[in-house]
Design a protein. Sequence first.
Length: 96
Amino acid sequence: MAKPSESELQQAIMAAVRMRESDKDPDFMAKSLLNLNYRVKKLERLMVATRRYLHAGQSASDHKKLMVLIQEAEKASAVIEEDDLPILGLGRERED
């Protein structure tokens, strides 16, 4: 399956945000897309840091950054309730 273009992905994300805001997501497709997009961004940052770490001679500072990114990716992959997620600037305001 071909990867969507950046504009196609942004269009899908905005549609998912609208679905979630209007509570019209009966099969959790919008929630799934938003969650997967969030996790993929974390994993992409981890890949960049891993490549840098391996290419640059495995420095201590790159190792520390890599460990932080691994922890962030693990947290993003953990099962958590929606209310525990940070506000991602997707048009939703948290009610405290």
